[in-house]
Design a protein around this ligand. Structure first.
Ligand SMILES: O=C(O)CCC(=O)C(=O)O
Ligand SMILES: [Fe+2]
Length: 222
C-alpha cells in the first residue's frame, strides 16, 4: 500500500505495551476501547451505505473465491488505501502504525495490508471453521502470505444473546478442529480489535441474530 495521507493517531504507550506483551505470550490479542468511538461509528455508517448502494458482493472461500453462503454468509467490500473517505484513511493510518510497531518488535516483515468491510446478515449462519492462509501458502514457500489477521468490530449495541462470536481455536491443529476443541468465543462488540497469527489459529464466525458488521484486514509478508 502507499503511505496513508492522514498521519496515525499515536496509540497510548500502555496500550502498545499490553498489545505487544499479549501477542508475545498468546499469539493473539483482544483490545477494547482503543479505536475512537466516532471512528467506529463512522465506519459502521459507511459499511451500511456501501451495502445500500450495491457496492458489496457475496464473499467467497478458497483462492478461487467461490461463493458458498452455507460456509460463509458475509457480503464484503474491499477498501482501497486511496479511498478518499476520512474514516477509511484514518483506519489505514492506524493499521500502518500497528504494522510498524509489530515489525519493530517481532521482525515479522509485514509489508502491506489489505482490508474489507464485512456484513453478515441477520440470521446468518456465520463462517465455517477455517484458516486465513491459503493452503498453497501454508505448504510452500510463497510470497505475499497473510501473516496477521486484524478484525475491528463495528456493532455498537451488540448484546450477548445476538451471538455472532468469533470462535478462536487455541491449539494448533493440522486439520479443522471439531467444535469441542479448546476455544475462546469473542463477542463482536463495537470498537473491539482482535489480532491473531493467520497461519496459527483456526477460527469460525458463529450464527448471528442481527446484522454483524466489521472491517477485517490482513497484514501480509513480502
Ligand atoms: O469477523 C470475524 O470475526 C472473522 C472473519 C473471518 O474469519 C474472515 O473474514 O476470514
Ligand atoms: Fe478468517
Amino acid at each position: 500500500m502507499n503511505p496513508p495521507r492522514i498521519s496515525p493517531v499515536p496509540l497510548p504507550d500502555d496500550t502498545i505495551e499490553t498489545l505487544l506483551d499479549t501477542l508475545t505470550r498468546q499469539h493473539y490479542c483482544v483490545i477494547d476501547q482503543v479505536i475512537p468511538a466516532e471512528l467506529v461509528h463512522s465506519l459502521h455508517e459507511l459499511a451500511l451505505a456501501r451495502q445500500q448502494s450495491g457496492q458489496m458482493h457475496q464473499a467467497g472461500t478458497s483462492k478461487a473465491a467461490i461463493a458458498n453462503p452455507a460456509l460463509r454468509a458475509d457480503q464484503i467490500a474491499w477498501l482501497e488505501d486511496n479511498d478518499p473517505h476520512p474514516s477509511v484513511q484514518h483506519y489505514f493510518a492506524l493499521l500502518a502504525e500497528l504494522q510498524h510497531l509489530i515489525n519493530r518488535h517481532f521482525m515479522m516483515g509485514l509489508d502491506s495490508v489489505e482490508a474489507h468491510f464485512a456484513i453478515y446478515p441477520a440470521g446468518s449462519s456465520g463462517y465455517a471453521t477455517h484458516l486465513d492462509q491459503f493452503s498453497h501458502h501454508r505448504h510452500t514457500i510463497a510470497t505475499g502470505a497473510r501473516a496477521l489477521t486484524a478484525t475491528l468490530y463495528l456493532n455498537e449495541d451488540w448484546t450477548p444473546d445476538a451471538g455472532g462470536e468469533l470462535r478462536l481455536y487455541l491449539d494448533e491443529h493440522a486439520q479443522a478442529p471439531g467444535q469441542e476443541a479448546a476455544h475462546l468465543d469473542i463477542s463482536p462488540l463495537g470498537g473491539r480489535l482482535v489480532l491473531f497469527l493467520s497461519a496459527r489459529f483456526w477460527h469460525a464466525v458463529l450464527p448471528a441474530k442481527h446484522p454483524r458488521v466489521s472491517v477485517t484486514g490482513w497484514f501480509k509478508t513480502r
